[in-house]
Write a protein that binds this ligand. Structure first.
Ligand code: AMP
Ligand code: FE
Ligand code: FE
Ligand code: ZN
Length: 280
């Protein structure tokens, strides 16, 4: 059974709708998929409605944008109560801040690229969490760049003058919120240096203390020289080993099922969570 617990849909910065994602998962031989859009649960219902038709089990999750010592970190929240008021407040606050910052980035980009806010709105599904990939898509549509990757290299990374941060809670706080909402927390792609700065190793211990359940060791963005350090951290802090594709449709080269999580870790994840995995 192939388990790919971290993917994105058009509810955030993926390019595949939640319903089509379930079909693509079936075609890729995935038995269990996690839908984990950035800071939203908006895709859950549509994906859940396809569990029967696709024959693919669904883990409902969300990738929480957080920060450690000012460095952006992503924490995947699994199987929590979506009505939890603290997590709902997080979603509202981050989404509002993401929208404000995206508009500010577009204002900074306007003079050099011609891009305007309505270009970005057109690239974003209604109700989706806005991110830099939507600005990248607008730059591609305008013919300024050829791909999302080129847009990040030239215009959207933190080393450019166009970059603006969005609000993000402290990583340990986010872990506590996820547990408080009946879910479990996994630190996503902990060593993805291409994105920006990487958190220091002491963070693993601190987050484990806060209740972190797992580390995403098997992920294409992790620096390969850091894998043995991550494996050591699993043992030292009693964390579960996760792997995933972090599929974003055509927005990234990541392919469904390219990295996976073991059935034993999935069983341990499910144990005691507020929500269950939806099975066909
Ligand atoms: P944001 O959510 O606005 O901070 O943007 C970060 C998102 O952009 C990540 O979740 C990735 O999905 C995406 N991303 C980052 N770097 C790249 C890249 N080089 N090419 C395509 N997508 C990227
Ligand atoms: Fe993303
Ligand atoms: Fe991420
Ligand atoms: Zn992700």
């Amino acid at each position: 059974m192939t388990i790919d617990p971290h993917t994105h849909s058009t509810a955030s910065d993926g390019t595949t709708t939640p319903a089509n994602l379930m079909g693509e998962a079936a075609n890729s031989g995935i038995g269990t998929i996690g839908l984990t859009d950035h800071d939203t649960v908006a895709g859950w219902e549509e994906a859940a409605a396809q569990v029967g038709a696709s024959g693919v089990s669904l883990i409902r999750g969300m990738e929480v944008s957080a920060a450690y010592a000012g460095i952006s970190v992503h924490i995947v929240a699994y199987l929590f109560n979506p009505a939890d008021p603290v997590l709902q407040a997080h979603m509202s606050r981050v989404q509002a801040s993401r929208s404000d910052r995206a508009q500010e980035i577009v204002e900074r980009l306007h003079k050099d690229t011609g891009i305007v806010w309505s270009d970005v709105v057109e690239e974003t599904h209604e109700g989706a969490t806005i991110g830099r990939p939507h600005i990248a898509d607008a730059l591609v549509t305008r013919g300024v760049v050829g791909s999302r990757g080129e847009a990040f290299d030239r215009f959207l990374n933190p080393r450019t003058p166009y970059f603006v941060r969005h609000y993000a809670p402290e990583a340990a706080t986010a872990v506590e919120w996820i547990q408080g909402g009946g879910g479990k927390a996994v630190l996503a792609h902990p060593c993805a240096p291409l994105r920006s700065k990487v958190i220091p190793e002491r963070a693993f211990g601190e987050l484990a203390e806060a209740g972190l359940f797992g580390l995403e060791v098997d992920h294409r963005d992790n620096d390969v020289t850091k894998i043995s350090m991550l494996e050591d951290a699993l043992g030292t802090f009693g964390l579960a080993r996760f792997g995933s594709s972090d599929y974003h449709g055509s927005g990234k080269p990541n392919r469904l099922g390219e990295n996976t999580t073991s059935p034993a870790v999935l069983s341990a994840l499910i144990d005691g969570c507020y929500l269950e995995v939806l099975n066909p």
